[in-house]
Design a protein around this ligand. Sequence first.
Ligand code: AKB
Length: 341
Amino acid sequence: MQKRPVALITGANGEIGRSLIETLHRDGRYRIVTLDLSPLPEKWRPLCHETYAGNILDRYLLDQLAAHHEIEAVFHLAALLSTRGERDPELAHQINVEGTLHLLRMAQSLTMRLDRPVKFLFPSSIAAYGIPTLAQKQAFGRIREDQGLEPITMYGVNKLYAEHLGRYFMRHYRMLAANSERSVRLDFRSVRFPGLISAETVPSGGTSDYGPEMLHAAAQNKPYACFVGPEAQIPFMAMPDAIKALMSLLDAPRERLSLPAYNVGAFSLTAAEFVARVKKAFPNAQVTYAIDPARARIVDSWPADVDDTAARNDWQWSPDYGIDRAFDEYLVPAIRARYRD
Ligand code: AKB
């Protein structure tokens, strides 16, 4: 029986990673190999073919992975998010850029060895946008992929550069080499995720974390001090839709893809609207505002919402969870159950 190809997930221990492992396991097309700095918890190990604890900066480790596994798809999720990245910008650059370069190099060498494009799925972010003023943020409204690209965080700068790196590897890698136009190149595909909200995990290190943090705090009857003001507005997405976007983009025919990185949207709300949703579900929620001007400025520089027309046209993107279904059918029931015991 022909061995199934391998899908490599970096950052597998993160919020997206754990959900993706479960989805890919159900999908069944791939044997799953995971890489994360910390060992994968026991619950997810049986779903994987192989799990590695290691650093994406370890080129020798990546070469070993490529030598032992016929990797057909890479989901490169490992990253240092925006708030954590501002506390150590150089480390963020190393992980988010140099780590990504090592993964792209590995995927390209596998592409040439296997003589077929390795698919490289890369979660970019709304952090790739940087809008200088609230007036301009309001004017942009649902921002397009080619607007407002002056990120103010190291993480956002890294994500935007990594998108360009992926586009370079896919279209121009070693362009001066002999017969370059005939060389097989990797297949880079990216989405710019909004603030993701998972019912299973509480995020860490992000600046959009105020949403999920207040929801999980309310479910535990803990007070929460929101670090952005009530008017702060960005797009959010329920985790199942983030996984849906990655899987839909994975399966999209290459010839349909017109952009290296796509906006994907689900719903947008202000912090005050988020608080209202939380209090509707948890009437005793104790949410106050303790604005952190620096983190609030980061959120203000991100778009109020995204125009995902290109993803809808090119690969039929559409979210399953609008704001009502996200809270009423996914987040609140699952989070309530999580903390009930
Ligand atoms: C962050 O807050 O840094 C991330 C993101 C919006 O990409 N959640």
